[in-house]
Design a protein around this ligand. Sequence first.
Ligand code: ADP
Length: 389
Amino acid sequence: MTTPAILTLNAGSSSLKFAMYHAQTEALLARGQVDRIGPDATLSMKDADGAALPVAPGPLCNHDDAVAQVLASLRGAFPDARAIAIGHRIVHGGIFHDRPVMLDAAMLDELRALSPFAPLHQPHNLDGVRAAMEAYPGVPQIACFDTAFHRNQPFVNDTFALPRRFYDRGVRRFGFHGLSYEYVSGELARIAPTLAAGRVVIAHLGNGASMCAVQHGRSVASTMGFSALDGLPMGTRCGQLDPGAVLYLMQQEGLPPDEIADLLYTQSGLLGLSGISNDMRELEASDHPHAREAIDYYVFRLQRELGGMAAAMGGVDALVFCGGIGENSRLIRARVCERTEWMGIELDHSRNQDNAPVISTAFSRTTIMVIPTDEELVIARAARKMIGA
Ligand code: ADP
């Protein structure tokens, strides 16, 4: 008997994350990733309990190779599974897409036309789609957008104060990390429906990082803007930056646009400030003063943006941490919640150390929570819904 399965693919510039779920029960069957696509790439896969699964040997030189090896590995480990839908993470859905869509040639063209809005992500996402369509012709492919969750934000958070024609051309605030926010909001609604119906700030702190103000379950403000560069400092991305600094780099230092893009996307953030690492674990372990300063800056910006998110909603009932740093770093959570009593945010240090699901004190007006995010499950559910499985 065959097992109907849903695959999810999340193709980044040099990585391919994937998961496979039982289509009817939503049970996770396997998840894994290809890292450093190219001559030194590695492919790893685990079952639902985290036990390593064998993977197919073979080249991983480009996205086509990576998709082929992932599919071969899944076929090898689950010979009875039959993919009935494939869900893809697509970073940019443009102005109109506020929900997942079925992918076909016309939709692929439409999404390709959005590549200038996310040149470092969108083309790779679409490479993954193309490779999967070739490997699985006839299997429905569904696009899930990181921007969709934010698409109905109020105009004041959607726009920049540029001449109106740029807004009309799509120079807007798109948000991003929307699949993570959708998952965490959904979990909050399941665990604590009263809180979810109120004013919630979600801090997604991974290699990329952003915050979102979610009121009555809807995104009303977010720290990421037109691109995935804005807002909080990240592993290698700068976060909020005065556009005048970019003009200076271009006009006075003569840096060409590609070099500026590389600087802002891959050499800045925690890595740029510390000169040591983009990895929070390494910075926490380091006693170098620049590591300290990078963490100080990270915490300072988080606190400032937290105040901004609360202001956008007239207060905050729940603060939820997620992402690799949000889910694991006791230090960062504790430091962010220092000097936030004025917002009604009071951390219980012992619960924080225990990594408990609720880490606020009984007296805190704002409930502080840790909810591990699961973007893959959001994609799988959307794909399942789209095909009516
Ligand atoms: P991505 O955005 O690529 O999915 P993750 O959500 O896995 O990334 O987050 C990666 C970040 O989480 C890295 O900076 C890593 O150092 C940090 N991280 C993971 N575990 C811990 C930990 N125990 N303490 C501090 N930081 C951690």
